[in-house]
Design a binder for this molecule. Structure first.
Ligand code: NAD
Ligand code: UD1
Length: 339
């Protein structure tokens, strides 16, 4: 049985679909701070399988202990946390409490219940600004420049120290690049609260008419068309990466090996903001009005992954392309507005 914290969120919900489809049983802990309980029924509809959800907080050790007592948890996939970069500079204490303290509580309960297998949601943000692209896991980390990013960096350090102190743990840190897209069914996807910060939800809301136009933040970057380049990855490919990570942990455990591994989950290809806008318009046959706006503070020219290590050691390979990402994001947005 796999405990999935934050399992009803954007990446968690897609991961649960892949886990259930691959024969894993799951139990979820989510405080519903950034999702709703109806995601459970949508997952059930997609997979035809049911699972238990505990509504509560990773800061609540009593509840976490109860989950361990009531279920035989073999491993944890830890998604729960706050993730809005801008907001993290406004309410940093909430970010450190939720993300760092929440993770500490979870680790204490895992240790007390002798569960030492963990997959953690880290982020490409831990690399900070780097001169050399694509990014390898071995790149020396730079300051992530915002409290959200620092929580990820701190949790990575905590997990590295934990493994050093007891190398019977099996820990995998997955550094996600830019997840977009949605499940092909259109039932689950990313539902941002308020005005979206990230590019794809802003594009879909502009296309549907909720937003007047997209602001393209800067066209004077050192990239092929001057707009920022990122490594966009389909959320279903990203979700599959978690199943592969768990498979690796299970293999290591069978051989009585502990490990701490770090993997980039990206496609290895960088696309610019205008590549995304133009592909979205073309594959969905819909207009996305945009204006060129000033650069956004804190943004970098270019960031994309070297996914070789995940391919070699996990067998991770992206199956979906940019057209799929744009089509599936649009399909989910249209479904949201119809329901
Ligand atoms: P999300 O907000 O959709 O999902 C997080 C889930 O955790 C939500 O369902 C929320 O209700 C729950 N949650 C938050 N705080 C909690 C707490 N204290 N206790 C219990 N549940 C709590 O976010 P997501 O996009 O699915 O991201 C999942 C993880 O991946 C996060 O840790 C995020 O930082 C990380 N990540 C996301 C991205 C991205 O672009 N989406 C990129 C890199 C890393
Ligand atoms: C941001 C976060 C990162 C987080 C990631 C996924 C920062 C500095 N980094 O990455 O920590 O892991 O989201 O949640 O915020 N853009 C526009 N117009 C918009 C929105 C975005 O032009 O309205 C551009 C940006 O300038 C950037 C690209 O689109 O070039 C992608 O932006 P975004 O989706 O916000 O992701 P990142 O900034 O890469």
């Amino acid at each position: 049985m796999i405990l999935v914290t934050g399992g009803l969120g954007y990446i968690g919900s897609h991961t649960i679909v892949e886990l259930l489809n691959n024969g894993y049983d799951v139990v979820v802990l989510d405080n519903l701070s950034n999702t709703s309980i109806d995601v459970k029924d949508k997952i059930k509809k997609i997979t035809g399988k049911d699972f238990k959800v505990y509504i509560g907080d990773i800061l609540d050790k009593e509840l976490e202990n109860k989950i361990f007592k009531e279920n035989k948890i073999d491993a944890v996939i830890h998604f729960a946390g706050l993730k809005a970069v801008g907001e993290s500079s406004v309410i940093p204490l909430e970010y450190y409490k939720n993300n760092v303290e929440g993770t500490l509580h979870l680790l204490e309960v895992m240790k007390a219940n002798n569960c030492k297998s963990l997959v953690f949601s880290s982020s490409a943000t831990v690399y900070g600004a780097q001169d050399i692209q694509p990014l390898k896991e071995s790149a020396p980390l730079q300051d992530p420049t915002n409290p959200y990013g620092r929580t990820k960096r701190m949790i990575e350090d905590i997990l590295k120290d934990l493994y050093k102190s007891d190398n019977s743990w099996n820990i995998i840190l997955l550094r996600y690049f830019n997840p977009i897209g949605a499940h092909q069914s259109g039932l689950i996807g990313e539902k941002p609260n308020g005005i979206p910060n990230n590019l794809m939800p802003y594009i879909t809301q502009t296309a549907i008419g909720v937003r007047d136009h997209l602001n393209v933040f800067g066209n004077d970057y050192k990239t092929h068309d001057g707009t920022g380049v990122r490594d966009y990855i389909h959320v279903v490919d990203l979700a599959r990466g978690h199943v592969l990570a768990l498979n690796k942990i299970n293999k290591d455990k069978k051989e009585s090996k502990g490990n701490l591994d770090i993997y980039n989950l990206g496609t290895g290809v960088g696309y610019s903001v205008l590549d995304i806008v133009n592909t979205f318009k073309k594959v969905n046959n819909i207009d996305v009005p945009y204006v060129i706006a000033p650069r956004r503070a804190g943004d970098i020219d270019c960031c994309y992954a070297d996914p070789t290590k995940a391919y070699k050691e996990l067998g991770f390979k992206c199956e979906k392309n940019l057209s799929d990402m744009c089509k599936d994001s649009w399909n989910f947005q249209k479904n949201l507005n119809e329901n």
